[in-house]
Design a protein around this ligand. Structure first.
Ligand code: PAF
Length: 297
């Protein structure tokens, strides 16, 4: 595995990979998959990497703690950074390139451009974290342009992020990868249902015990909505249940169209998603589950 931090060596390495000089991955899969991450890798990220390997001949994983997606007072300074341990995990998975750019390689001196996906970025996490999705859309555009992957993989745990990146790929006619080549991978969970997240590290032992209550309550709520119970009542009980479990604030507990993120007061004809963000100690946990369709991952 090559570990690269500057753009020119990345371009050379990718050209070599794509020309097949180093290829020991025969087959008719597209040449290149990208798994963008901020590091502090866990089983959720490794699942993305394994899926990437299934879908492409070569895999690039990026690790970049993107300052532009953290707001004032958020955890940019304390976000877990463990590049050496992450590199060892990726090497063991057979990743071809670890792209760990310096801040300068992403935002060179004088950098002035922002990518904004209007509307979708104003609701849910976008309302609680103004500017967050501008930072995400901007860095993902940069990573797509730098790596030019055929396919890119993202966790469904960040459902809104996935919807925004798909919209952006459609709107900007991105070909590397285009919207259909942006793959969402189902959330990987601990045995007790807690969605895996690098930020779970912020939970104390007591909070970690309380944390799965959110997903339990969400699954119950999704089943009630699918069974026809009034959405507003179910969401009110969901909020109360999460607070009673020890969370001190619920940013949102909403039923939304899975693609447009439009708020739903009754499940629509298309796929719907139940999404929650709530604070437990120093951690802000997010999760989402499908409603109806027999799937609640
Ligand atoms: O999901 C993440 O880890 C980040 O938001 C991403 C997509 C790598 C952009 O920084």
């Amino acid at each position: 595995m090559q570990i690269l931090t500057a753009l020119e060596p990345l371009r050379t390495a990718l050209a070599t990979l794509k020309s097949g000089d180093n290829s020991n991955h025969p087959g008719d899969r597209p040449p290149l998959a990208l798994v963008p991450t901020m590091g502090a890798l866990h089983e959720g990220h490794l699942t993305l990497v394994r899926e990437a390997k299934r879908r492409a001949a070569h895999v690039v994983v990026s690790i970049f703690v993107n300052p532009r997606q953290f707001g004032p007072g958020e955890d940019l300074a304390t976000y877990p950074r463990q590049l050496e341990a992450d590199a060892a995990l990726l090497e063991a998975e057979g990743v071809d390139v670890l792209w760990a750019p310096t801040v300068e390689a992403i935002y060179p001196r004088g950098y002035a451009t922002t990518v904004q996906v209007g509307g979708l970025d104003a609701v849910l996490c976008g309302a609680a974290r103004p500017g967050h999705f501008d930072g995400v859309a901007t860095v993902v555009t940069k990573l797509f342009n730098q790596v030019q992957p055929d396919v890119a993989l993202f966790g469904e745990k960040d459902w809104q992020q996935l919807a925004i990146i798909r919209r952006m790929a459609r709107d900007l006619d991105l070909t590397h990868p285009h919207a259909d080549r942006i793959v969402g991978v189902p959330t990987v969970r601990e045995a007790d249902g807690l969605a895996m997240s690098s930020r779970n590290k912020y939970l104390t032992a007591e909070e970690r015990t309380a944390a799965p209550a959110m997903n339990r309550a969400m699954r119950a709520a999704a089943a009630q909505i699918a069974a026809g119970e009034p959405v507003a009542d179910v969401l009110a009980v969901l909020r109360d249940t999460v607070l009673a479990a020890g969370f001190h604030r619920v940013d949102y507990a909403d039923l939304r169209d899975a693609e447009t993120l439009e708020a739903l007061t009754v499940p629509g004809p298309g796929p719907a998603r139940l999404l929650v963000a709530a604070h437990l100690g120093k951690a802000r946990l997010i999760d989402n589950v499908a409603v109806g369709g027999g799937q609640t991952c």
